[in-house]
Design a protein around this ligand. Structure first.
Ligand code: AMP
Ligand code: ZN
Length: 457
């Protein structure tokens, strides 16, 4: 088994060889907590969660770091609009973010550093960049001097004109070169700021990730990930800061980028009204169905998010959980050498091909319905589910959804009443109870072990 990943640095699929096979280290850029996360923001979370689970399955120790950007101009603007304190915006949004991503079955990363807790490390890195001649101070700002780094642009493969066009967003008279970018900027009195050798100010966004990654993973680590929109300028600038600051050749050996999520064929935007927050979608769909819909496309490709796609994922999960239910009392066998387990691993080895890996789960499920060896099939569902982050609920909780305890108790009482009516051969009463539950969207299934219920749809 050998994992191959598409490396944006080389634009090829490369064998993954950890720097230390006893300890794999990777970093993914996390959210800027100025608003609720949308479903596109969930794509990297779910994709890199599969990578995390796979690496944990294969290596003795994995450290996964995903930061929270809790200081940024978008946050400052939001605070200005609403008159709230910065923390009053970022704290609840960070908490909701963690809850929503957990609802999508994403494991907590090992470290979730916050930018505001790493300002001294950012200042120290900026000082090193100045010492080494890669950065300069100008009018309270500190800028990275792009011409000081001969191979700047290697990740995004942009030529000088494109780099300048990309950096044009903030042309400033104090820049030595138009492509130079900000490491530190001054804060006015009503803006949050930290004391620094360059006066009271705050970090630029890019330096945050360089400092947090070095603090928690070291100067050079294995994998760095994020969405494709981050290649330029964010990741290009992270590489510039980290390699020039630490004097290393690379910041991370492999750079992975997920493609964009479109909504019903178009770019997601609030003005088009096709903008879905994860938080709202979780009101309508189970998190696991949202996750499966995101993993149904290869992470590298752009893909379309549709509610029909989530409904299809939900129906697929119904089938998977029905198979699991049939294996309820079965002890799973050890299946590491099973040909289907190997096929599943081979699919993920090929640049995390989740659509193919998920289709292997479909085949296991079909074998369950065809009466295959229960212990083997349960072992396979456990193994595969654990790696793609599915089938981790019980079939009961999947089919019954979120039902509060008193509701569930009332349903159980009605089922018992119906059973009593049937025993007394009062079929009219039994049917009446069934219809009453059906009207509430509860479907009864009578089996050898008694009656179970689930939610329709
Ligand atoms: P942001 O909070 O905007 O920095 O985004 C957080 C993460 O979501 C980054 O890794 C982005 O690349 C990623 N991202 C943002 N929009 C999308 C999208 N529509 N599809 C896929 N990934 C996205
Ligand atoms: Zn970053």
């Amino acid at each position: 088994m050998s994992l191959r990943l598409t490396n944006t640095l080389t634009r090829t699929k490369e064998a993954f060889r950890p720097i230390d096979p006893n300890h794999v280290r990777f970093y993914v850029c996390g959210p800027t907590v100025w608003d609720y996360a949308h479903i596109g923001n969930a794509r990297p979370v779910v994709v890199f969660d599969v990578l995390y689970r796979l690496l944990r399955h294969r290596y003795p120790r994995v450290t996964y770091v995903r930061n929270i950007t809790d200081i940024d101009d978008k946050i400052l603007n939001r605070a200005k609009e609403t008159g709230e304190a910065i923390e009053a915006i970022t704290e609840p949004l960070a908490r909701i973010y963690n809850e929503d991503m957990a609802a999508l079955g994403a494991l907590d990363p090992d470290v979730t550093p916050r930018a505001t807790a790493h300002v001294p490390q950012m200042v120290a890195l900026i000082e090193r960049l100045i010492e080494r001649g890669h950065a300069y101070e100008a009018e309270g700002h500190v800028l990275f001097n792009v011409p000081s780094m001969p191979n700047y642009g290697r990740l995004s493969r942009r030529n000088r004109d494109e780099l300048i066009a990309g950096a044009r967003v903030d042309v400033a008279p104090y820049k030595k070169d138009p492509a130079d970018f900000v490491l530190w900027k001054p804060s006015v009195a009503d803006q949050p700021g930290w004391d620094s050798p360059w006066g009271r100010g705050r970090p630029g966004w890019h330096i945050e990730c360089s400092a947090m990654a070095a603090e928690h993973l070291g100067e050079v680590f294995d994998i760095h990930g994020g969405g494709v929109d981050l290649i330029f300028p964010h990741h290009e600038n992270e590489i510039a800061q980290s390699t020039c600051g630490h004097g290393t050749d690379v910041m991370a050996n492999i750079w992975m980028h997920n493609g964009f999520l479109l909504v019903e064929g178009e770019k997601m935007s609030k003005s088009l009204g096709n903008y879905y927050t994860v938080h709202d979608l979780l009101e309508e769909f189970p998190g696991e169905a949202l996750r499966l819909s995101l993993l149904s496309a290869h992470y590298h490709q752009p893909t379309d998010f549709t509610k029909d796609g989530v409904r299809a994922a939900k129906a697929r999960l119904d089938r998977w959980y029905e198979a699991l239910r049939r294996l309820e009392d079965v002890e799973p066998a050890d299946v590491d050498d099973d040909p289907l387990a190997q096929e599943f691993h081979a699919a993920l080895d090929d640049d995390l091909n989740t659509p193919l890996a998920l289709s292997v789960i479909d085949r296991v499920v079909t074998e369950v319905f065809d009466g295959g060896d229960p212990a083997r099939l349960k072992g396979l569902l456990h193994l595969m589910g654990g790696i793609v982050g599915h089938l981790e609920a019980t079939p009961e909780s999947w089919f019954q959804g979120e039902t509060d305890a008193s509701d569930a108790a009332e349903i159980e009482t009605l089922i018992a009443d119906r059973q009593a009516a049937r025993t007394a051969r009062d079929f009219a009463r039994a049917d009446e109870i069934r219809d009453k539950l059906a009207a509430r969207g509860i479907v009864l299934e009578d089996g050898a072990g008694g009656t179970v219920w689930k939610r329709a749809g």
